[in-house]
Design a protein around this ligand. Sequence first.
Ligand SMILES: Nc1nc(=O)c(N)c(NC[C@H](O)[C@H](O)[C@H](O)COP(=O)(O)O)[nH]1
Ligand SMILES: [Zn+2]
Length: 196
Amino acid sequence: NTSLHNAYIQKCISLAEQSPPRPTNFRVGALLLSRKDGDSTGTDDRILSTGYTMELAGNTHAEQCCFSNYASVHRVRDDEVSTVLPVEAGRKLIMYVTMEPCGKRLSGNTPCVERITKTREGGRAGIHKVYFGVKEPGTFVGESEGCKMLTAAGIEWEHVPGFEREILSVAFAGHENSEDEVKAALGEKGTNVDDI
Ligand SMILES: Nc1nc(=O)c(N)c(NC[C@H](O)[C@H](O)[C@H](O)COP(=O)(O)O)[nH]1
Ligand SMILES: [Zn+2]
């Protein structure tokens, strides 16, 4: 089912390409879906929401917009999104993101890992697993903590290989000498699976 994950990562890349280029963040795309247990082809997948960096007003992240879009469709505040996410026996909530969710933000805004773990509030199953195409480069916060924090919260994660260069080129598009930053990030420890 790698082609299944590849297809969703590619969808997230096209979401990320809609993000306005800025030197102060990365252009990222995110997608939230509900998947039937054991469904390895995605035939019963239900797309719940999508988001991309700065889709919504302010300094917003892709995952943040994904949750916020879902919350507004269900007419609740962002911090109440866990109360309207579907809880269905035999199905799991899955998130796809081009980049590892942030564990820390220079702006001090709530990191996306925290938003993801909060979906488990009130004893709800919440997000079960996060698939991402590349580890967060060290540009802003150095060694990324996102994966470690997901693991600590009992949320599974998996790196979908093969799209690193494409994802990083989109992510860095608003940066000075983005070419060099992409090359540096590709060579950075942690971009390949066993380092994550
Ligand atoms: N997963 C992820 N999705 C995004 O949509 C996005 N922009 C980042 N970016 C991570 C990076 O660490 C932060 O963008 C910087 O730390 C600056 O922090 P702010 O974004 O200004 O809060 N990461
Ligand atoms: Zn984030």
